[in-house]
Structures are given as structure tokens and as C-alpha cells.
Design a protein around this ligand. Structure first.
Ligand SMILES: [Cu+2]
Length: 559
């Protein structure tokens, strides 16, 4: 496969030298064979000036974000990883391909490999079986590695896109926007490995909000046209509620490729209230999603593929804004001599900020016809197949996975009050040992299954904080979200609200609100057909300090 084929498709017709300045450079394909992509990623410490002061970041191939790997569905991908990170700082590392399915040996986690030492290398191989927006990052000391700059986009192009572009349904102008944050001070990136209980609890949100590794970049778009934005939240904690005021972001795809029909999301959805004891319906109920209609909300690790239609004239400028959304940030205070914990006063109300700017420029107009409900896959005779649930479908009952956290205070040996925090999954706090590799003992909270199984799965958030759940190796189809009563503020009628999730989309990372359960179906397929999907796969919270402090478990898949 020749990479310039895709470079031609994704570049606009005019002034590419100006527009491409914030686009992550394409990773060179070192193999001209059709259907095969071979590339090299080298991690190293690199000094870049991205925030006004030259700062030592960690980078893939010298840039933030790392290069864009762009392949077509079905391509065989082989990436050589060279660990050029500084010796003597415990920077054994690796690369995890977030969302890529079925190739356990290349998953890059402490369950599939021993961390690659500085100066050493390894090669990851997989087939990109499902189109969609993916990304890559180390899974060892992931919070600090990503906060320091180690992440990059991986785009798997659906062959149907060519026809939808030719028909004027999807724009020709196709960009990747990697949304991240960091915190630099005096030439270094600050620590994301704090042992402070409150900081671990809330996670670290960087002070500098970066779009494709830059502060407030400008993106030029041809007036009278439209632009496609493949959005990736690579922040370790920050939720990105993205808006273009006065405009609507139309979602055309995401983690599992193109949708059957375009969707405008946000606002509120209608669910059904039911009695928790009896299951009896109590009538319809509206649930607010925490972001406005026409906006996009991405928790850490989540991606969306959206289109922005330009309706202005040359010279117009519009901001791309980050807005806050409530996620259960907490704080503690003293009240009558007692330590009290509750929702942070500013959770969801922190001031919004402009993070990038669109500027309309002259060029060849390419109007498109796209709106809420426009057929996408449905227009080319395809659809996302619902995961079939055979009679022998396995049910991970009693909440297949629970997300658990506690925060308490206790007296230390000096009689001082100290806060402590605890994160777990299925009641167990688990910290994989990245130098033990696949030989380490199985997580006590592990789930087991076999290749070919179909599983109905509930992931229940038992906490007062929203957590983005991520499953490695297999994409799942959510079918419902249930909002349970908050045990501390239970409703008088002990009722819950069930929201159906009916568009059959495949995901690998999903935001689960406080005291809510996500229900999904997953088929444990083996795309290579040789047992490559068997092995130990992690599942964890993608607020990385939560995952690394114990909100992690594993799914063990046997042949
Ligand atoms: Cu979490």
C-alpha cells in the first residue's frame, strides 16, 4: 500500500502548506505492497516550544502528537517501536493500539509483554479489521507518558468513504484533531504520578489545552464547503465537551467507523423510569446528557468523527471551544471539626475556553448535503450488523464488572488526619506489574471466556464519579444505560431510568455516569482465525490515574 494515496485524499485542493501546519504528519509507509503498512515509531525526549517556553516533552518521532498512521480497512500493519526514552528514569515502555481488535500479542500492555527497556525495540503486527478513529499510546506509566506527549492518531479508512465523498455526502476536507492537555513549568512537564489522594481521585487536568499539540491553532476551511473532524481525546483526565457556537457538529462515525445514519447528539434523551424492586414501568423520563445538542462530549480515550458545515463568507472566524461538563470532581472541607467530602463547587461550571479557530478562506467550493438522519452506510447498501445473541450467549451477571472507588480519611501514626483513596474493579484494586509481563499472576477480579463466545455484559459504576470504561481487544455494542438511584440521595419511589441505545454502534471506550450501568453485547471474534485473539486483555478506567491506581481488571480469553 502506498501512503501517498491517502495523503491525496485527505488534503484539500488549495493552500495545503498553510492548512497542514497543525495536521499530524503521516507516518511513512516503508512497504510499497498493496494492503500492507510498515512503519517505525521512535519514542524519545524532545525539546519543543509549544507553550511559549522550550520544554522537554516525550515524543513519538519528535512531534506532538506522534505521526498519523492512516491505513485502509483490512490492511496488515507492522510497526517497529524503538524505545529511545532516557535511561535511568524507569522508562521501560511499549505501544498500545487503542481500539484495535484481536491481536493479543501486539496489545502492548503489561499482560502481553514485559516493558521494552530504553535502547531496546520490538515490532507490533495486526490487521486493521474495523474502520474507525483509533489512537496509540504507551500502556506502561500511561498517565505520565501521555501527559508528556506520547500519543498519536491511527485512522482506519472505510472503503465506503470514497463513494460518500463522491456523492457529496461527506466532505473532501478530512482532518484529524487530537485533543489533549498538559502542564508545563520551567521547561519540564509536571508530574501526573502524584500520590496525593485528592489529586488521584479527581485526576490531573493540565493547564494547557492542546489541539494537535498546539495552543490555539487556526484551521483554514474553504467557505461554502464542509470539514470533517476526526476527534480524539488523548487527555489523561480532561473531558472534552467541544462546541462551535452557532454551529452544529454532525456525527458521522466514531470508534467503530461510519454510522448507518448521521446523528446530531446532545441535549437530553428520553428513557423509561422503572421501579427498582418490581421492574414495573413508571412512565417516560428525560435524562440530560451534560452537553448541548450539536456539541460533542468525549471522555478520555473516546473518539468521534464529525462534520462541520461552513455557512459563512471568506474571512469569517469561528472559535472551537472547550466547555466544562459535570463529571463528579470532588473536594473536601472541614465542618464542625469533621472532614466532609462532596461535589466540587465548580464541577461542570469551570469557564469555557477557545482552543482553536476556524478561518474561512477562498477556494473551490464543495458543498455537501448532510444533516441529522442522512443515510451513510445505509446509502451504500451496508449497515452495522447488530451483535447476534444466540441462545447460549453468556451473561456476566451480578454486574459483570463493577467500577469501585472509595475516599476516606484516617489518622496516621502522628495523629494527623490524612486522606486515602482506593480504586478497584469487581471489588479488587489491581496494579499489574509491567516488568512481570504475561507471567504475572492473574487478577483476582478477572473474567474468563472463550473465542467465539457472545457475552451480554453489565458494567456498573458504583461511584459518585463518571468513569470512561475501556475494554481491550474486542469492540462491543452498547444497548442500554441505566441510571440507578444514588444510594446517598435515593428517590422516595426507589426508581431508576433506563435509556435505550439503539443504533448498533461499536465502541471500545464509553463514559459511564455516576451510579449508572452500561449494558453491552460483545462477540469475542478471532479475526486472524489462528487464535491470535486469545490471551489476557485488560479492562480499565481511562482516567489513567484511576486505572493505574487499581480501577483495572482483565478478561482472559482462551482458544
Ligand atoms: Cu475513573
Amino acid at each position: 500500500m502506498l501512503v501517498f494515496v491517502y495523503a491525496c485524499q485527505c488534503r484539500p485542493a488549495t493552500t495545503p502548506e498553510v492548512r497542514s501546519f497543525i495536521e499530524p504528519a503521516l507516518l511513512a509507509d516503508e512497504d510499497i505492497t498493496e494492503g500492507r503498512f510498515v512503519g517505525t515509531l521512535q519514542a524519545s525526549a524532545t525539546t519543543l516550544d509549544r507553550t511559549g517556553t522550550p520544554t522537554e516533552f516525550l515524543t513519538f518521532n519528535g512531534g506532538i502528537p506522534g505521526p498519523q498512521i492512516r491505513v485502509r480497512q483490512g490492511d496488515e500493519v507492522s510497526i517497529r517501536f524503538l524505545n529511545g526514552l532516557p535511561d535511568g528514569h524507569d522508562w521501560s515502555s511499549g505501544v498500545h493500539w487503542h481500539g484495535i481488535e484481536g491481536y493479543n500479542a501486539s496489545d502492548g500492555t503489561p499482560l502481553t509483554e514485559v516493558g521494552i527497556l530504553p535502547g531496546a525495540e520490538t515490532t507490533y503486527t495486526f490487521r486493521a479489521t474495523r474502520p474507525g478513529v483509533y489512537w496509540y499510546h504507551p500502556h506502561i506509566r500511561g498517565a505520565q507518558a501521555i501527559f508528556s506527549g506520547l500519543y498519536g492518531p491511527l485512522i482506519v479508512v472505510d472503503p465506503a468513504e470514497d463513494e460518500l465523498i463522491a456523492r457529496g455526502v461527506l466532505p473532501t476536507d478530512d482532518r484529524v484533531l487530537v485533543l489533549s492537555d498538559t502542564w508545563t513549568s520551567q521547561g519540564i512537564v509536571t508530574s501526573a504520578e502524584s500520590t496525593n489522594a485528592m489529586e488521584i481521585m479527581n485526576g490531573t487536568e493540565g493547564r494547557e489545552l492542546l489541539v494537535n499539540g498546539h495552543l490555539l491553532p487556526t484551521l483554514e476551511v474553504v467557505a461554502g464547503s464542509a470539514v470533517r473532524l476526526r476527534l480524539i481525546n488523548s487527555s489523561i483526565t480532561r473531558f472534552w465537551r467541544v462546541s462551535v457556537p452557532g454551529h452544529t457538529l454532525i456525527r458521522v462515525g466514531g470508534e467503530g467507523g461510519l454510522l448507518n445514519h448521521a446523528r446530531v447528539e446532545g441535549g437530553s434523551v428520553t428513557g423509561e423510569r422503572f421501579d427498582v424492586e418490581t421492574g414495573a414501568s413508571l412512565g417516560p423520563a428525560e435524562v440530560s446528557l451534560g452537553y448541548e445538542r450539536g456539541e460533542v462530549l468525549l471522555a478520555p480515550g473516546e473518539r468521534a468523527d464529525v462534520v462541520l458545515i461552513t455557512d459563512g463568507v471568506v474571512g469569517d472566524e469561528w472559535p472551537l471551544r472547550w466547555e466544562d461538563s459535570p463529571r463528579g470532581r470532588h473536594e473536601m472541607w472541614m465542618e464542625e471539626g469533621e472532614m466532609v467530602m462532596g461535589d466540587a463547587a465548580d464541577d461542570g461550571t469551570r469557564p469555557g475556553v477557545e482552543v482553536a479557530r476556524f478561518r474561512l478562506v477562498a477556494g473551490e467550493e464543495a458543498p455537501i448535503t448532510l444533516a441529522d438522519g442522512t443515510p451513510l452506510l445505509a446509502a451504500v447498501g451496508r449497515s452495522i450488523d447488530p451483535v447476534a445473541t444466540p441462545a447460549n450467549a453468556q451473561w456476566f451477571d451480578e454486574a459483570g464488572t463493577t467500577l469501585d472507588e472509595e475516599m476516606t480519611h484516617e489518622e496516621d501514626e502522628n495523629g494527623e488526619q490524612v486522606m486515602t483513596t482506593w480504586f478497584g474493579m469487581n471489588g479488587v484494586s489491581w496494579h499489574p506489574d509491567h516488568m512481570a509481563g504475561p507471567e504475572q499472576p492473574m487478577a483476582p477480579s478477572a473474567k474468563s471466556a472463550r473465542i467465539g463466545d457472545t457475552i451480554e455484559w453489565e458494567v456498573r459504576n458504583n461511584s459518585m464519579m463518571a468513569h470512561p470504561y475501556h475494554l481491550h481487544g474486542f469492540s462491543y455494542q452498547p444497548y442500554a444505560l441505566v441510571f440507578w438511584p444514588d444510594p446517598d440521595h435515593a428517590t422516595a419511589d426507589n426508581s431508576a431510568v433506563r435509556v435505550p441505545w439503539s443504533h448498533d454502534e461499536f465502541e471500545d471506550t464509553t463514559l459511564i455516569p455516576p451510579f449508572a450501568s452500561l449494558y453491552f453485547r460483545v462477540h469475542l471474534s478471532d479475526p486472524a482465525g489462528d487464535g491470535s485473539a486469545a490471551g489476557r486483555w485488560v479492562q480499565h478506567c481511562h482516567i489513567l490515574q484511576h486505572g493505574e491506581n487499581g480501577m483495572m481488571s482483565e478478561l482472559v480469553v482462551s482458544p
